[in-house]
Design a protein around this ligand. Structure first.
Ligand code: CO
Length: 457
């Protein structure tokens, strides 16, 4: 039997229409999903938290509580980036701890964590705290291809993850570059050597992931991530219905109630139509993109780069930038191209190609990375490149968060006027200005509502 994690309410909508699904829509779907028999519903974390505050004027914590109310049978799952949580820098351990505590208290059952560099030290606090508060912790290994990303490399990472206390493992193929033949090797090795449930997460961006899922399932993977059609394929996950039907009656039968999927489908169609009509879901995200396999570049990173180039009127340099990407990656020690590394490598490739001199300019993030502030690179960083950018500066070799002082109490005090709960303080810790604006609006609005109600009485 293969179990399914339904991703449409988190990764599906994040991949296809910029995470703009409203809480009302998410709740409507999750209410139906709860009856289907999924292993879990991935519905929080990733970009959903930021998008709620920044674009939807919604409280992400309320979304979690509302979904929990309608999901009595199925586990709720979230994703976050280890010590970065959902933001773009490293947070202190006390913030990570409080975030795990409050996520679990408000309804999360499974926390999937990953680190862009696969530096397991960046996951240590998240794993410890998830377990401390009774959550199930899944460690995801960021999948990429490079001379150092071998089967042995992933096997030793998986061993480390198990020792740290992971309850399950996930192969996280964010770019959708895992090929069926490689999946067979990777999955069968991990299943043979590591006694933990193994999940596969991929994207259809390059058009190979359904073949990969089939191969991985036959090689023994326990759980796969899919997204309800029509919110599937393209830059999102393979279709839930397609997989359920294909495996039906075989030894891998998912046990999902297809009548429930039939009931959910028109709801999803209505939602997808809305985002197609308002232009957020464009045909480009649904096209198979062969460049991803050639250049190992995730879809989101390509569209960012195209935007950077066209903003500068330099679309004629597109090919030069594509060629530059693997070189920058090699110079930086082969980081997997996932947030925030994909942005760093992409921007650097654009700068190198447009400036006529490599590393003449670089971003603050790349400097920080070279100083060791994001953790340990998977392979050696080119010394000449490092010298050119940061000279003889000292490079951190400890776990970056060891250098951070506790932050939570300070933030709580700073925002005592607008934060009414620890959840509010966490929103402020992650997205300070955006959350401050949101909370001011939220509580002001509530006060006005109470006033008018009192007047009415
Ligand atoms: Co994903």
């Amino acid at each position: 039997m293969v179990r399914i994690v339904e991703t449409s309410v988190r990764d599906g909508q994040q991949s296809l229409f910029a995470t703009r699904m409203t809480t009302e829509e998410a709740v409507e779907l999750c209410r139906l999903y709860d009856e289907a028999g999924f292993h879990a519903i991935e519905m929080w974390g990733g970009a959903t938290f930021d998008a709620c505050l920044r674009f939807l004027n919604e409280d992400p914590w309320e979304r979690l509580r509302e979904i929990k109310k309608v999901c009595k049978k199925t586990k709720l799952q979230m994703l976050f980036r280890g010590q970065n949580i959902l933001g773009y820098r490293h947070y202190s351990d006390d913030v990570v701890d409080m975030f795990c505590k409050k996520s679990i208290e408000n309804g999360i059952d499974i926390i999937r964590v990953f680190d862009a560099l696969n530096d397991m030290r960046n996951l240590k606090q998240a794993v410890e705290s998830t377990k401390k508060y009774g959550g199930e912790c899944q460690i995801a290994l960021s999948y990429t291809t490079s001379p150092v990303h071998t089967i042995d490399y992933y096997l030793s990472l998986a061993e480390e993850a198990k020792e740290m206390g992971a309850d399950s493992l996930c192969i996280k193929d964010m770019a959708g570059v895992l090929l069926a033949k490689d999946a067979i090797q990777l999955v069968s090795t991990l299943k043979k050597r590591i006694d933990l449930p193994l999940e596969l997460h991929s994207h259809c961006t390059a058009g190979v992931s359904e073949m990969t899922y089939e191969a991985a399932i036959k090689a023994g993977v326990d759980i796969v991530d899919t997204s309800l059609s029509p919110l599937s394929n393209g830059t999102a996950q393979p279709s839930t219905q397609a997989l359920v039907m294909s495996l039906r009656g075989t030894e891998y039968d998912t046990g999902i109630d297809i009548h429930v999927l039939h009931r959910a489908e028109p709801v999803m169609t209505r939602i997808v139509n809305k985002y197609t009509e308002n232009g957020l879901l464009g045909p480009k995200s649904l096209q198979t993109n062969p460049n991803i396999l050639n250049y190992q570049v995730p879809g989101g990173m390509l569209s960012n780069m195209i935007k950077q180039l066209s903003d500068q009127g330099a679309m004629d340099r597109y090919e030069d930038v594509l060629v530059e990407i693997p070189k920058v990656r090699k110079d930086l020690g082969y980081p997997p191209l996932v947030t925030p590394m994909s942005q760093m490598v992409g921007t650097q490739a654009v700068l190198n190609a447009l400036n006529g001199e490599r590393y003449k300019m670089c971003t603050r993030e790349v400097r920080d990375y070279l100083h060791g502030k994001y953790g340990k690179a998977p392979s050696v960083i080119d010394e000449e490149v490092r010298k050119k950018i940061i000279g003889d500066d000292e490079v951190i070799t400890c776990r970056p968060a060891d250098l951070l002082k506790p932050e939570f109490e300070g933030l709580k005090k700073k925002y005592q006027d607008i934060a009414k709960s620890d959840e509010d303080v966490l929103s402020l810790a992650l997205f300070e200005q955006v959350a401050a604006d949101f909370l001011k609006r939220k509580y002001q609005q509530e006060e006005t509502e109470t006033d008018s109600f009192e007047m009415y009485i």
